[in-house]
Design a protein around this ligand. Structure first.
Ligand SMILES: [Zn+2]
Ligand SMILES: [Zn+2]
Length: 285
């Protein structure tokens, strides 16, 4: 294992949480969603066979909580086969250094996300001027410098398969970040969407706190390519998922999900794209 690994120098605990924090939801027999403050992690696997993977790695300082969640479902001292990252934003890799050291397992991400995970490239700074509420205003607090997990991270296989997640395939859903991916299982149309779309209005502090269920595009303060992000949402809607776990907000399923996704595709410019902000291309309005 490559042990010379670290967070960016702007890494810090963010004092924001929601009423859902610490709550586990069993979405499917082998899909568990756990909320860490304001972000979701997924544990995917059969509790009887003890084989599972972790999707995304939570907020800064949440390693003990994530290890506790894994042991709660899969038994004491159990460890996932791998960590799959939907993307590398601070709220999805917040505990990854401690988790790699504790579990000694590989991490997989899209090739285009690797520079942000190996200390080579910072994400664009979050935009506090974007149309939205308090969370956008507090976003300058959010770390955007790259972490460096060195050789512990590998690129996802190019055939679309997902290591240690049989039945799932990864789908490139850029826009929110260049190498953003979502995970889809054709058998039961289960979708792990990351931040390609979310089920809470992530820029409203009140709605983040209460987790009011409402479909939305990717979190605005961090999204830089709205055209790509719209195409990604269309790609996911075309799969007609029956259940979706998103990076933020409560899992959504059935008719509510299909109707919400349809609405998001139809009114993407109105619902998702902010009216103003530094990453908004005036031409798409
Ligand atoms: Zn994100
Ligand atoms: Zn996020």
């Amino acid at each position: 294992m490559d042990k010379d690994i670290n967070y960016g120098s702007d890494y810090k605990f963010i004092p924001a949480t929601s009423i859902g924090s610490g709550i586990y939801i069993q979405v499917l027999p082998d899909l568990f969603c756990h909320t860490v403050q304001i972000v979701n992690i997924s544990l995917v696997g059969n509790p009887e066979t003890n084989e599972f993977v972790l999707v995304d790695a939570g907020m800064p300082n949440s390693a003990n909580e994530i290890i506790g969640a894994a042991e709660n479902y899969f038994g004491v001292n159990s460890r996932p086969k791998a960590i799959i990252l939907t993307h590398g934003h601070f709220d999805h890799v917040g505990a990854i250094v401690e988790l790699i050291k504790h579990w000694e397992i590989p991490v997989y991400a899209h090739e285009l996300e690797l520079p942000f995970l190996t200390g080579q490239m910072s994400y664009p700074e979050p935009d506090p001027t974007v149309e939205g509420g308090m969370v956008a205003k507090m976003s300058p607090l959010f770390p955007n410098e790259p972490i460096n997990i060195g050789k512990n991270v590998e690129k996802l296989p190019s055939d679309g398969s997902v290591p240690s997640m049989p039945g799932f395939r990864w789908i490139h859903t850029p826009g929110h970040t260049p190498g953003h991916i979502s995970l889809f299982r054709d058998r039961d149309k289960a979708l792990i969407a990351g931040d390609a779309f979310v089920t809470v209005k992530q820029d409203s502090l009140y709605k983040v706190l209460t987790q009011k269920q409402e479909i939305n595009g990717p979190p605005r303060y961090f999204t830089t390519d709205w055209n790509a992000s719209k195409e990604s949402v269309m790609k996911l809607a075309a799969l007609q998922p029956e259940v979706a776990v998103t990076g933020h907000g409560l899992p959504m399923s059935g008719e509510l999900l299909s109707e919400s996704l349809e609405k998001l595709v139809r009114d993407f410019d109105k619902i998702a794209i902010p009216d103003f902000g530094k990453y908004v291309d005036k031409n798409i309005h």
